[in-house]
Design a protein around this ligand. Sequence first.
Ligand SMILES: NC(=O)c1ccc[n+]([C@@H]2O[C@H](COP(=O)([O-])OP(=O)(O)OC[C@H]3O[C@@H](n4cnc5c(N)ncnc54)[C@H](O)[C@@H]3O)[C@@H](O)[C@H]2O)c1
Length: 274
Amino acid sequence: MKLQGKVALVTGAGKGLGGTIALAYAREGARLVLCDIDEAALNDSHRQVTEQGADCLALRCDVSDSLAVEAMFAQALQHFGTVDVLVNNAARVPSSPAETQRRNRHYTHATTPVPRRSLGIVSGLSDDDWLKWWDVNMHGVFYCTRAALRCMEPQRSGRIINIASVAGLGAASMHSPGYAATKAGVISLTQTTAYDVAGANILVNAIACGGVHTPPFEAYLAQASEQDKNSLFQMIPMGRLGQPEEYAALALFLAAENHYLVGQVISPNGGYVI
Ligand SMILES: NC(=O)c1ccc[n+]([C@@H]2O[C@H](COP(=O)([O-])OP(=O)(O)OC[C@H]3O[C@@H](n4cnc5c(N)ncnc54)[C@H](O)[C@@H]3O)[C@@H](O)[C@H]2O)c1
């Protein structure tokens, strides 16, 4: 029971990676605050976590709304008295038809000997394609981090795990430049916050995920041609996506252990980015 008695708040916990992390924490004895904007998914996750015997508070909250985040933490404090672990997982992820089409252009370009040319991705972005990522992926992480630190700093302990992406490490997700920029921003916020609070025994680190078998990537694979799928898997030396449980194991380690990691970006990605 690595998290016995600890209170963990997981954003975007209704499904996908956040749901799997919440379940992994519940199995290790944590008390959970589940946050999601999707009420039906939140209820489903709440049922699964309570089936593990965990004390669990499910709160519908849009993390891009600063006041809503403050209210969520106030409710968490009222119920549990503190927050020991924060997982900033909620995000918009690239999944629109235009993003899927750009993704295919990227993968084909990377794996076939076509004549070199511009892919026209940045020059083809609309203002919305650029702006739509920041409210949830960047501002949401900041609002939740600030609120969590106000609980953690007085108690001089805490763990914050930011779910970043290989998209933020380089050009691995060049098909979605706005998404990639927010994930690079999450990495930067991880590093500056980690330095700020490490002296108070609050350890802040990031997981820069490669591809994960969660609803957005499963939707992509369901519509992708065999050629598109081959192009994708050819780019990953392990030849497959990661399972959510493989990422949750790392999120558990970062939350639970008395480790020495401060402001580090750990990237499970099957060799996609080495
Ligand atoms: N799936 C991948 O291949 C992949 C790759 C790299 C990084 N990631 C990162 O992993 C994390 C989880 O992604 P996923 O694949 O599980 O996606 P997902 O869409 O399955 O889950 C994201 C969850 O966040 C919630 N959410 C979205 N906006 C919200 C908001 N404003 N407030 C509160 N909740 C909100 C959604 O309702 C959903 O339940 C994200 O940070 C994503 O960027 C995923």
